[in-house]
Design a protein around this ligand. Structure first.
Ligand code: CA
Length: 359
């Protein structure tokens, strides 16, 4: 009996009994380690790596196992790119902008002040030149990136004192994620790029005057409401920050083709899953925070205007000396311009109308 008629006559149970299993089950067992930049209690952002690892395991029948390690377990939160570049771990889960000190272009792969929102960022990455340009750049660090989550537009953070004018920012010790520090520095802020797991203690001790992390759900878990009463919005430096999986290029190359496809699919799954978690969980947390006494306030328009101008100045300065930035930023900005044009017609008009309805 030939193979085709065997399948036809015996059905899948017979095929498996006869030892002709689908190709993926013939693959060797593989174990990887993933270093996260995030603390374990955050089921949203730390959880993204667990969602990814579980999906990879499920899709390979348990053959490809990836152990997820919280920040500090194998290496410091901000040591994970070095870890992947040197091959200490096969992969990491982090926000690229943390590494702007190596090269400012890292920030464009995550978020830059007054950049794209979550939807627009995914459009640039998957359908524009985003992944192509970023991966050309990340190749210098022996790694390949896969979008691995987005938080959506973030809140502006927790302040001990009200911010009424640009002058109120002068001398403020503010924990702000990654690259945005370069912009707020121009407004007199003293930026601190602390990992998520270290913010609360610094705010409580008074080492910080203000701190931002993500939004209501995470921020409530981290306890910021206990030490700072004013909760500002929006986080204009993070309109749609992307979280990435970085994989060492040799480790990725060594995978069988089926596993490479599984890694890509599991990353896309984790990417969507994280945004859904944030969107579903933020409203409840926001209501609880307000009920607990948190004062939710918009940044004054003058602060937004000054911050926008400072951002554009910073981008010009970087473009003049960093060819990686110049190349990627040019493409990013052109894409963003078109996105803003499109979003203002349908999405924005629709959202604005719906927000006026009582339902
Ligand atoms: Ca943030």
């Amino acid at each position: 009996m030939d193979r085709r008629s065997l399948i036809k006559n015996a059905g899948i149970a017979g095929v498996l009994a006869a030892g002709i299993a689908p190709a993926v089950h013939a693959q060797a067992a593989i174990r990887w380690r993933l270093a996260s930049s995030f603390p374990k209690p955050l089921d949203t952002i730390y959880g993204g790596a667990e969602v990814f690892a579980k999906k990879v395991s499920d899709m390979t029948g348990g053959k490809f196992q990836i152990s997820v390690h919280a920040a500090g377990e194998l290496m410091p939160a901000f040591g994970v790119v070095d870890g992947v570049q040197q091959g200490t771990v096969e992969m990491c889960h982090t926000v690229p902008y943390y590494f702007f000190g190596k090269n400012e272009a890292f920030a464009i792969g995550a978020a830059i002040p007054f950049g794209m929102n979550s939807r627009q960022m995914s459009a640039w990455m998957y359908e524009g030149n985003g992944r192509k340009l970023m991966n050309e750049f990340y190749a210098k660090y022996n790694m390949v990136s896969f979008p691995g989550g987005n938080t959506g537009t973030q809140m502006g953070g927790w302040f001990r004192k009200e911010i009424k004018t640009v002058a109120d920012l002068k001398g403020l010790k503010f924990r702000i994620g990654g690259f945005a520090g370069k912009v707020v520095e121009k407004l007199g802020v003293v930026p601190q790029n602390l990992p998520g797991g270290e913010i609360y203690q610094a705010l409580e001790k008074g080492t910080l005057d203000a701190a931002e992390w993500v939004g209501p759900y995470d921020d409530q878990k981290l306890g910021f409401a206990k030490v700072a009463p004013f909760y500002y919005y929006p986080g204009w430096w993070e309109g749609g920050p992307e979280v990435d999986f970085f994989i060492n290029n040799k480790a990725l190359d060594s995978l069988p083709a089926e596993y490479k496809a599984i890694v890509e699919a599991a990353a896309s799954h984790a990417h969507i899953d994280m945004q859904a978690k944030y969107d579903a969980r933020n409203p409840g947390a926001l209501k609880q925070l307000v009920a607990g006494g948190t004062k939710v306030l918009p940044f004054p328009a003058t602060v937004l205007e000054a911050s926008f101008k400072a951002s554009m100045d910073v981008y010009e300065e970087i473009a003049a000396k960093n060819p990686d930035w110049k190349k990627i930023y040019g493409d990013y900005r052109a894409f963003q311009r078109d996105q803003i044009l499109w979003f203002r017609f349908a999405e924005s008009r629709f959202d604005t109308f719906m927000q006026t309805r009582k339902m």
